[in-house]
Design a protein around this ligand. Structure first.
Ligand code: BGC
Length: 429
């Protein structure tokens, strides 16, 4: 056995997001989207895992396992249910959540926006509306004022890259269901402006707090033929937002898999006309960006030799190290935190394997001098996986939604022990 020791003060955590766990987020765009006929949603979020009511016991369960950080989001749709009207009871709810986190000796890391928008923001045009960044900033100010000095870590917008391609390019069936490059560009500008405004507001109100964005990133690999597509995909899904993170205090990296592009001929020069033209767009861009393997598209029982997770992604725990290395190249010296890494599986032994593989690769990254400061696993609990509903089991802790009973899985104890000891044991010398 070899012991891989992590640096002193390394942050160990697990995460959730409001809409995916709280339940009853009925004033949000996603709630409406889940119930709207014709959207690709498998099922509505409904009561989720009732974390809104059960947060205290859920948080103490996380703390009891050995974690030091809990990353969670506060819900704009609850806090500002109507334009300009802030609900003090909801702010109080999140103050109590933060207090519970701190009582358990966990560090709260608060995401200010994790995919969902209030319905009234959606009615104005979501991230396409000129006003949205300013309205987001106003909400952020209220949250930061309400939470005061009890929160030192803020993530502004979760995975703007996924929001952009998912809801505005027409890739992932996310609300508002816009399609095409021009709506994508507009939304990207809105998301970037929203991030910048939120960061400035947090820094003004709480100069000591650390603020960053969390970025969905893929380990891309390509032969010469696929390189233009790889560059284009990275640009629209990752790099435009990473560039907007240059002034951030830390970069949140969230990686689930690798995509390999093996194309006979370069077709990058086709991208612009194809995107403008339409019908091919979905096929090509979804192949590029669905976080799957273009040469081996996901099937229920693929006979392609590629090991896959429930999501259809390649099982590739070490992909996260590749993306952290890429961030370190693009933004040298910038502190990095893995703010999400995990997999959907029915076999918890696979989760243990995934965690150890990912952490061993991240340990190498740290040994190479890259300033990686923490690892936050997605997710603390089985939860609502957006358009895929409850069929994807990402949790360290399982949840029976009929009874809302929680079951701590062996992987939760495994990662909790690593967190407690600040080291991972791996086979070999
Ligand atoms: C998101 C989560 C999601 C997870 C697993 C990330 O894209 O931040 O909300 O559940 O990946 O797909």
């Amino acid at each position: 056995m070899t012991e891989l020791v992590f640096p002193a003060g390394f942050m160990w955590g697990t995460a959730t997001a409001a809409h995916q766990v709280e339940g009853g987020n009925s004033n949000s765009d996603w709630w409406e989207w889940e119930l709207r006929p014709g959207t690709p949603c498998k099922e509505p979020s409904g009561t989720a895992i009732d974390h809104y009511a059960r947060y205290e016991s859920d948080i103490s369960m996380i703390a009891g396992l050995g974690f030091g950080t809990y990353r969670f989001s506060v819900e704009w749709a609850r806090i500002e249910p109507t334009e300009g009207v802030f609900d003090e009871a909801q702010l109080e709810h999140y103050r109590s959540t933060v207090a519970a986190v701190r009582r358990c000796n966990l560090v709260p890391m608060v995401t200010l926006n994790h995919f969902t928008l209030p319905l009234w923001v959606a009615q104005k045009g979501s991230w396409l509306a000129d006003e949205t960044p300013r309205l987001f900033e106003r909400y952020v100010r209220r949250v930061v004022e309400a939470l005061g000095d009890s929160v030192d870590w803020y993530c502004t917008i979760n995975e703007p890259g996924i929001v952009g391609i998912g809801g505005y390019l027409g890739m992932l069936g996310f609300p508002p269901g816009a399609r095409g490059l021009s709506s994508w560009r507009r939304a990207a500008d809105g998301l970037i402006a929203g991030h910048r405004r939120a960061r400035a507001a947090v820094k003004e109100l709480r100069p000591g707090a650390k603020v960053g964005q969390t970025h969905a990133m893929i380990e891309w690999e390509s032969n010469a033929g696929g390189r233009p597509i790889m560059a284009f995909s990275r640009r629209i899904a990752e790099d435009v937002y990473l560039e907007a993170s240059k002034e951030d205090d830390f970069i949140g990296v969230q990686t689930y898999t690798r995509v390999q592009l093996n194309l006979a001929r370069p077709i990058g020069w086709l991208m612009r006309p194809v995107l403008a033209a339409g019908p091919l767009t979905r096929i090509m861009v979804s192949a590029m960006l669905s976080r799957t393997n273009l040469s081996t598209p996901p099937q229920p029982n693929p006979d392609d030799g590629v090991r896959r997770t429930q999501m259809g992604y390649e099982f590739r725990p070490q992909a996260v190290a590749a993306t952290v290395r890429r961030v370190a190249e693009l933004l040298p010296g910038k502190p990095i935190i893995v703010t999400e890494h995990g997999l959907a599986t029915a076999n918890d032994a696979e989760r243990i394997e995934f965690i150890s593989g990912g952490l061993a690769a991240l340990h190498d990254v740290i040994s190479d001098g890259i300033p990686l400061g923490g690892y936050i696993h997605w997710s603390a609990f089985d939860n609502f996986e957006w358009d895929r509903g409850y069929s994807m089991t990402f949790g360290l802790i399982g949840v029976d939604r009929a009874t809302q009973e929680r079951t701590v899985r062996p992987s939760a104890r495994f990662l909790g022990e690593i967190a407690r000891k600040n080291r991972l044991e791996v086979a070999g010398s």
